[in-house]
Design a protein around this ligand. Structure first.
Ligand code: MG
Ligand code: ZN
Length: 224
């Protein structure tokens, strides 16, 4: 019983900080996207392929969440974008306070887009609002068909789902059509992008979605 109360307080405090982050970015016209997915879903590889398609038009930064290492941040830095590393030292998700601290280190006046790579985990990253505009869940064909049923919140809260590693479809029992049907049962509004980073398939469609997010936010700003 006591545990439940503590968890509720924790989430409430997180929501308040998330709202502060959201207001800050609203004022600067910066879009923030929160990438959620299990370890090995292909989040970093997807970013490595996506960033070069965005950086010729937009000013982009990445916030890398990782429990201990800087491996992913080093890979992302090679694409030339600014990276802020958050090491959670054991914690299995990012929270709004960590993101607030990272935002303080970024040139928000210059940026169009911040992409967060959350800690590899499909459970609590879906529960912690970071002040992002869009949550995108990354799910690979090698993880199997049962992820939406087992972790519905990560798919219900998402704006879109990127289905990665489609080049491996011939070697798995994964059925793309049935999977998409499962996703729509949980959230009928999902934007769904099957991609293969290896074969460079679907990356452009998905990066265009991000472009539209940025244009949408800019349009709202000019109205004000
Ligand atoms: Mg990664
Ligand atoms: Zn966690």
């Amino acid at each position: 019983m006591v545990k439940v109360i503590i968890a509720e307080k924790l989430l409430k405090a997180n929501e308040e900080i998330a709202a502060v982050n959201r207001r800050l970015l609203e004022g600067k016209g910066v879009v923030m996207v929160n990438l959620i997915g299990g370890p090995g879903a292909g989040k970093t590889t997807l970013l490595e392929k996506t960033l070069p398609l965005l950086t010729d038009k937009f000013c982009v930064a990445v916030i890398e969440g990782d429990i201990y290492t800087t491996y992913d941040a080093e890979r992302i830095a090679k694409t030339g974008v600014e990276v802020v590393q958050i090491n959670t030292h054991g914690a299995c998700h990012l929270d709004a306070k960590m993101i607030g601290d990272a935002l303080n280190q970024l040139p928000l006046d210059e940026l169009d887009l911040i992409i967060i790579e959350n800690v590899g985990n499909l459970v609590c990253p879906a529960e912690f609002d970071l002040g992002d505009d869009y949550k995108i869940t990354i799910s690979s064909v090698t993880e199997g068909m049962d992820k939406p049923a087992k972790y519905p919140l990560a798919f219900r809260e998402a704006y879109g789902v990127v289905i990665t590693k489609t080049d491996l479809l011939p070697y798995t029992v994964f059925n793309l059509g049935s999977y998409v049907e499962e996703l729509f049962k949980i959230n009928g509004n999902l934007k769904i992008f099957p991609v293969s980073a290896l074969k460079d398939e679907g990356i452009e469609d998905w990066s265009q979605l991000i472009g539209r997010m940025i244009w949408r936010k800019r349009r709202n700003l000019t109205v004000i």
